[in-house]
Ligand binder design. Structure first.
Ligand SMILES: *Cc1c(COP(=O)(O)O)cnc(C)c1O
Length: 232
């Protein structure tokens, strides 16, 4: 069995276990394979081992890979910071965007979504507790922003995404994810039909699943450590 196959099996088994531990159904948690910096051969292999959703962070890198892998029915998710001059390529090439954190970006994605494609699925990224991070809207702005995004014709608002400040402290991980889940419940009570909580990465999967994640974004645990971050 190849290394990737073994790692996939291990992560899938972990997700199943964490779901059982928190009385959740394994089918309620989608595994998004984060393939930034990974080669198309690695993605191809992961696809043939059963993964069908892949997440990318850098537009240039992603678009090349998407073209090269267009023979496979992969669902592509954009999860990186998005500048307004790159929205067109994202609107044309991806099925999902997790990192929408301001109205201007959402408006451009909606305007630029090709009319022959289904609505672009989006998550509103919330900056739940990381004061260092410039990504994500403030939790207090989330409801108003979500309402505006939900009105855009070529987008489908699916839920919230968060990347809490990295910590090994499980209690802190739980607290951050719980805050995202509570914010999502608040938006749902306000009438927004959300079905996605995009939270949890290789190092905090257990806490994220326990607090209600429906989509975990996993890179390192599937593909190994990444080389130094590429620059766009
Ligand atoms: C890189 C990245 C991940 C994956 O992180 P790992 O720790 O490698 O699992 C998840 N989400 C986002 C937004 C990322 O940029």
């Amino acid at each position: 069995m190849s290394i990737i196959a073994e790692k996939i099996e291990q992560v899938v088994r972990q997700i199943k276990q964490f779901c059982e531990d928190s009385q959740r159904k394994p089918d309620d948690v989608t595994l998004l394979a984060v393939s930034k910096t990974r080669s198309t051969d690695e993605i191809r292999e992961a696809f043939h081992q059963g993964l069908h959703c892949f997440g990318e962070n850098y537009v240039q890198e992603a678009v090349g890979k998407i073209v090269e892998l267009s023979d496979l029915p992969i669902e592509w998710h954009f999860i990186g910071p998005l500048q307004s001059n790159k929205t067109r390529q994202v609107a044309e090439s991806f099925a999902w965007v997790h990192s929408v954190d301001r109205l201007k970006i959402a408006q451009r994605l909606s305007e630029q979504r090709p009319s022959n494609l289904p609505a672009l699925n989006v998550c509103l990224q919330v900056n739940i507790d990381d004061e260092q991070s410039k990504s994500g809207c403030h939790p207090d702005e989330a409801l108003a922003l979500a309402r505006q995004i939900a009105e855009l014709p070529h987008l489908r608002l699916r839920g919230l995404m968060a990347i809490p400040a990295p910590t090994d402290d499980a209690a802190k991980q739980h607290r951050a994810f719980k805050a995202v889940a509570e914010l999502s419940e608040q938006l749902k009570r306000a009438g927004l039909p959300l079905d996605t909580l995009s939270m949890g990465m290789s190092s905090d999967l257990e806490a994220a699943i326990a607090e209600g994640s429906t989509l975990v974004r996993v890179g390192t645990a599937l593909f190994g450590a990444r080389p130094a971050k590429s620059v766009e």
